[in-house]
Design a binder for this molecule. Structure first.
Ligand code: SF4
Length: 508
């Protein structure tokens, strides 16, 4: 072989220009304990990654030579560099190529990887994201506070998505304000498209290797798309059945359906089976075909997640790493409550968000931000523990996307680089956006007392504790004015209730 090309588990882009020329090329793919063990992953996440990699390798094998090392293979050294060393020693290629990894730890590992002097190394683009990292400085200059809205507008202008004559279609850039509704009982939610992929042989192999994982899985009916064809089917299904109400109910929470109107495309996108442009273009096409059924607010809300938020957090990650991983603005140090691992809590909202995550490896952004993230922040959990939980439990969690969303957006550990204020709320917001409170053990209207909603007292306790760091934030002023309006006795009762809860957080 003249060239060895490495394909990582999240680089499953069948449209990559690599595949136009495969003569004298050996593609290598590895299932490794380095990847299964750097954090404790959800079972469905490991099954889906390996199943998708195997499908990809099988399809590629009809075009090119592929060396695929399964986890159980005797030759597998379970370290990326050791596996590469073995392959390169054996094949002695003129060139070793890899695609730009999306994770800092893998970039470092490959940068430090040494090959023999007869082998050239080349790193090329994954051809996936809209914005190349070469242009990072132009989009997010190091000396300027990054603003998602400014970034998003620039990308809209450059791509022309939902634009006419250089102006946003409809006259507004952002329809977020229209998109904050609770789910009414009368609105029916379509059943999620089911996949029944058989990954039982992978499950057996993981059990044999004693890989420690979390969550549950039905391995012979794995409900995630593992091929590009399945991903495209999911994309079409989203356009037909979910996009019409996506924006309107994107912040709603309900026990009726774990997915509500969300797309569940994040796994297909983050493994690169789907390209963000084709997803956005499919949404715009659906809107243009049927504007009565899919309004501008729905499609704008959806594309903002993909060309705005997703690209933006990736650039933040690369601008701020590696120090971003150490940020802990509030110096929080509490351990993650045990119920994050088993859903054993009387708080109905947390119980549902965690049990759903353990069962499906998925929760939508408001469940992640305003239930589990909100509670972790109010409870003073160390951001390292929050990160490890999010990184492990969600099928779409890869560090470049998980870290800014968790440490930055949800935990405000970066002191406000990503979010302009901490995303915290009392029980009131949760009650407004969900059906959880009406059958909860705790009373959402109570701030103190044995059954008072923990979110209430912890919310005020958090504000009180971090006043020195937050009082000057213009977006926090109203909250502090509300707190200051309460008399000292009421304040003390709330703070003492919060301390009581914090002292035995696992029993909530
Ligand atoms: Fe969650 Fe409080 Fe509502 Fe219970 S009452 S569901 S703990 S917000």
């Amino acid at each position: 072989f003249k060239e060895v090309r490495l394909i990582l588990g999240d680089q499953l882009n069948p449209k990559h220009s690599w595949f136009k020329q495969n003569d004298a090329v050996l593609y290598v793919m590895f299932e490794m304990q380095q990847e299964t063990n750097y954090v404790r992953h959800h079972q469905q996440k490991v099954l889906a990654f390996f199943a998708t990699m195997r499908e990809f390798a099988n399809a590629l094998a009809s075009l090119a030579d592929v060396l695929y090392l399964q986890l159980g293979c005797a030759d597998n050294k379970h370290s990326l560099t050791e596996n590469l060393n073995s392959v390169l020693q054996l094949t002695q290629p003129q060139k070793f190529s890899y695609q730009e990894p999306d994770e800092y730890r893998l970039v470092k590992q490959l940068e430090e990887f040494e090959v023999s002097e007869n082998t050239a190394i080349e790193c090329c683009s994954t051809e996936h994201f809209l914005i190349s990292l070469q242009h990072l400085d132009s989009y997010l200059p190091a000396n300027k506070a990054p603003l998602m809205e400014t970034f998003y507008r620039r990308v809209r202008k450059e791509t022309g998505y939902l634009m006419a004559d250089e102006k946003p279609i409809g006259g507004k850039w952002n329809y977020d304000h229209d998109n904050r509704n609770k789910l009414p009982d009368k609105v029916s939610v379509p059943a999620p498209l089911a996949f029944e992929n058989d990954a039982s042989s992978i499950a057996d192999m993981l059990a044999k290797a004693d890989i420690k994982m979390i969550g549950t899985a039905t391995a012979d009916k794995l409900d995630w798309p593992i091929t590009r064809e399945q991903s495209l089917k999911l994309l079409r299904n989203f356009m037909q059945e979910r996009l019409p109400l996506f924006g309107q109910y994107q912040d709603a929470m309900s026990k009726r359906c774990y997915l509500l109107f969300h797309s569940r495309l994040s796994f297909s996108l983050n493994t690169k089976m789907l390209n963000p442009r084709e997803v956005v273009e499919a949404a715009i096409e659906a809107y243009e075909r049927d504007p009565d059924n899919i309004t501008l607010a729905q499609v704008e809300g959806f594309i903002r997640q993909i060309i705005g938020w997703r690209e933006f957090v990736r650039l933040i990650y690369w601008r701020e790493m590696p120090s971003y991983k150490e940020k802990n603005f509030f110096a929080h140090k509490n351990p993650l409550p045990k119920f994050y691992w088993n859903a054993d809590t009387k708080m109905n909202c947390v119980q549902h968000a965690v049990s759903q995550s353990l069962e499906t490896a998925y929760a939508h952004h408001i469940q992640r931000l305003m239930i589990t993230g909100n509670f972790g922040l109010l409870a003073g959990v160390h951001p390292d523990e929050m990160d490890a939980w999010y990184l492990g439990i969600y099928i779409d969690a890869i560090e470049w996307v998980e870290l800014p969303n968790t440490r930055g957006m949800s935990q405000f550990a970066d002191g406000g680089l990503l979010a302009t204020k901490p995303y915290i709320s009392s029980g009131n917001y949760i009650n407004k956006m969900s059906t959880y409170c009406k059958d909860c053990y705790y009373k959402v209207s109570a701030k103190t007392g044995a059954r008072s909603c923990p979110f209430n007292s912890l919310y005020w306790h958090f504000l009180h504790t971090h006043r020195g760091k937050l009082a000057n934030n213009p977006r926090m002023g109203m909250m502090y004015r509300q707190w200051d309006k309460q008399d000292t006795e009421a304040q003390e009762a709330i703070l003492s209730q919060a301390q009581h809860y914090l002292a035995d957080i696992d029993s909530l």
